[in-house]
Design a protein around this ligand. Structure first.
Ligand code: GLP
Length: 246
C-alpha cells in the first residue's frame, strides 16, 4: 500500500504511525524496496506522536522506532521527515508549530493509523475534542499498561506524550487504519456499534470521506458476520482487498 502510493506520487506527504501493528507494514515496505527502486528523495512525512521526556536516542522513543523500522532503510532527512520532539522546552508552543508545519507542507495525503485498545488514535485518548490540534496529553492508565510491553520490566512508561490532534488527523486526505490481533476485537466491535463520539476517538473515522480500515481475522472476530464480509479480512493484512468503510 505505502510502496504503490509513493510510486504513484513521489511528492506524497505521509502521516506515520508506530506500534506493533505497524511493524509488518514497514517490514513489507522495506522488503519491496529491495526488489524495486522508487523515488524517495521528495517524500515527506509527519509522525503522529512521541513520549514527552524521551530523547530521540532513547530506544523506546518513537523516533528510535522510526529509525529502526523505516528511516535507516530509506535515509532520514530532518528537512522532510518530521517527528514530534518530546524534549521541546516549550511543549505547547512546539505543538502549535507542529500543526502549522503540517499545513504549510500542504497537509497529509495518506495518514496511517493504529488504534489503542481504548479506541485512541495517535495518542488522542477518549474524551479528546474532535477539533483538537497537536497537544500534550496525559496518558490513561490503560494506554500506559498496554504500552508497557514495549518497555523493560519495571521501567516507567512515560505519563505524558505529544500527539497530533484529532483535527490534524481528520484533515488528512486519506486515512488507513490497521488493527490486528484479538486484543483489538472488542475495540473494533465498539467502533462498529458506537455513534460518532469523542469518547471513542476511532469513531471519528466514520465521518471521514476516505477512511479505510484493514483488519485481520482476529481483530474482526467480534463484528457481526455481515459486517465482517465488508472488511479486508484475512490473516495476512496485505493479501485481502482493501475495502472502504463508511
Ligand atoms: C500507541 C500509539 C498509537 C498506536 C497504538 C496501538 O498508543 N500512540 O498510535 O496506534 O499504540 O499500538 P499497537 O499497534 O502496538 O497495538
Amino acid at each position: 500500500m505505502l510502496f504503490d502510493r509513493i510510486k504513484q506520487n513521489p511528492d506524497i506527504v505521509l502521516g506515520l504511525a508506530t506500534g506493533g501493528t505497524m511493524e509488518p507494514i514497514y517490514q513489507q515496505f522495506v522488503a519491496r524496496l529491495q526488489q524495486e527502486k522508487i523515488e524517495l528523495s521528495r517524500l515527506r512525512s509527519f509522525n503522529l506522536d512521541e513520549y514527552v521526556g524521551l530523547n530521540p536516542q532513547h530506544p523506546k522513543s518513537y523516533a528510535a522506532y522510526m529509525h529502526e523500522h523505516l528511516f535507516q532503510h530509506i535515509g532520514y532527512d530532518s528537512q522532510r521527515h518530521f517527528l514530534p520532539d518530546g524534549l521541546a522546552p516549550d511543549l505547547d508552543e512546539y505543538c502549535r508549530a507542529y500543526s502549522d508545519k503540517i499545513r504549510r507542507q500542504g497537509g497529509i495525503d495518506l495518514q496511517l493509523l493504529g488504534v489503542g485498545t481504548n479506541g485512541h488514535i495517535g495518542f488522542n485518548e477518549p474524551g479528546t475534542p474532535f477539533d483538537s490540534r497537536c497537544h500534550v496529553v496525559r496518558l490513561s492508565e490503560r494506554t500506559r499498561r498496554d504500552n508497557s510491553r514495549f518497555f523493560a520490566k519495571g521501567a516507567i512508561v512515560p505519563e505524558t506524550a505529544i500527539t497530533m490532534g484529532m483535527q490534524d488527523i481528520m484533515e488528512a486526505r486519506q486515512l488507513v487504519l490497521v488493527a490486528t490481533g484479538s486484543a483489538k476485537a472488542e475495540t473494533m466491535a465498539r467502533f462498529y456499534q458506537s455513534d460518532v463520539t469523542p469518547d471513542v476517538p476511532i469513531t471519528a473515522l466514520k465521518q471521514h470521506p476516505d477512511a479505510r480500515i484493514i483488519l485481520d481475522e482476529a481483530a474482526a472476530s467480534q463484528l457481526p458476520d455481515a459486517v465482517r464480509r465488508q472488511y479486508a479480512v484475512s490473516d495476512k493484512i496485505t493479501s485481502g482487498p482493501v475495502r472502504r468503510y463508511a
